[in-house]
Design a protein around this ligand. Structure first.
Ligand code: SIN
Length: 326
């Protein structure tokens, strides 16, 4: 039987940020206060069986592979514990969708792993962190949703679909065309739809099989746009890039100059995936495609998927992952 305990892991972000004044919603510093204070600021959690741990303390724009590995390792440890019903991670909004996708791919947990955040700092008059945290704990305790999800502004989003869509509004996240998985109302979860299955072709990626973060392949995103210049891709190839995701226009179309350079990159052993820079929808593959598509993933998530694929390939072939020293 699964226990009742919820572990809240702190990583920083605006939810842990402070501003010089409580009406200042822009000039604040993220990641200033500890996860213990975040939990203490929610009176409704006072009697709840909640355990806390500060794993990281950073502005999530600065998230790196080392941070992801430490966070995933702590999530895995707590999710394994019989007395733990679920884990909540307080996180910055800026790269939350990337961390959610990474955790989904490397942990694929069978318990709830709920990321939450805030768009206003902790000392703001509009502070949204306490309610988001309370909602996240409610989702983790409900036992009705498992796997990695994000909770913000009363909505529950799946890790594959969640995207930050607005730089300022409190309701900053969406799940694209599918809509949220659920809403949280007065601590109760109302399920709107079931978590969609991950893409059938997606490769297994497990935390334990990943090389140290310093050896992860170098994968970047390039954007196709008017006047795109092939020199960007050629330069990255010369520097030893391992993989490229192109954020294409519309249905993943790519400026001809960039496409020629990307095909040259493929010839030189660089893995390339084609996503769309459109905010909604996905690249629909068709017979004449010369570059593989991102299987519905946004550019930032396709970048993570490609890194994981390259690492899985390296395990299979024992090929070195590191690019040659520039
Ligand atoms: C961050 O992502 O850490 C800062 C911005 C935010 O949390 O809204």
């Amino acid at each position: 039987m699964v226990g009742q305990k919820i572990v809240v892991l702190g990583t920083g972000g605006t939810i842990a940020g402070t501003a010089p004044s409580e009406s200042d919603t822009l000039a604040y510093t993220a990641a200033r206060i500890g996860v213990g204070q975040l939990v203490a600021a929610v009176p409704a959690l006072a009697a709840a069986p909640v355990e806390i741990e500060q794993v990281l303390q950073l502005d999530s724009k600065d998230m790196d592979a080392e941070h992801w590995v430490s966070l995933a390792a702590r999530c895995a440890v707590h999710l394994e514990r019989d007395e733990v019903a679920g884990v909540v991670v307080t996180h910055g909004t800026d790269t939350l969708e990337e961390t959610a996708y990474f955790l989904h791919r490397v942990l694929a947990p069978r318990k709830p792993l709920v990321l939450t955040c805030a768009m206003r700092p902790a000392n703001s008059v509009q502070s949204d962190g306490p309610q988001n945290l309370l909602d996240a704990v409610a989702v983790a305790r409900s036992g009705r949703i498992v796997g990695v999800v994000a909770v913000c502004a009363g909505r529950v989003h799946g890790a594959v679909e969640v995207v930050k869509q607005h730089p300022y509004r409190l309701d900053a996240f969406c799940s694209g065309e599918g809509g949220p998985l659920a809403v949280v109302e007065e601590g109760r979860l109302r399920i709107l739809r079931v978590l969609p299955p991950d893409s059938p072709g997606r490769r297994e990626a497990r935390l334990a099989s990943l090389p140290p973060a310093r050896d992860w392949p170098w994968v970047e995103i390039v954007t196709s746009h008017a006047c795109a210049d092939a020199r960007l891709v050629d330069g990255l190839v010369r520097l030893g890039i391992g993989g490229l995701v192109v954020a294409g226009t519309g249905n993943g179309s790519v400026h001809h100059a960039l496409e020629v350079a990307l095909l040259r990159a493929v010839d030189q052993g660089v893995a390339v995936r084609r996503a769309t820079r459109c905010a909604q929808g996905m690249v629909l593959p068709h017979g004449g495609d010369v570059l593989a598509d991102s299987q519905g993933l946004s550019p930032v998530k396709a970048r993570i998927a490609l890194m994981l694929d390259l690492m899985a390939d390296a395990v299979t072939t024992s090929a070195p992952l590191s690019p040659p020293a520039p």
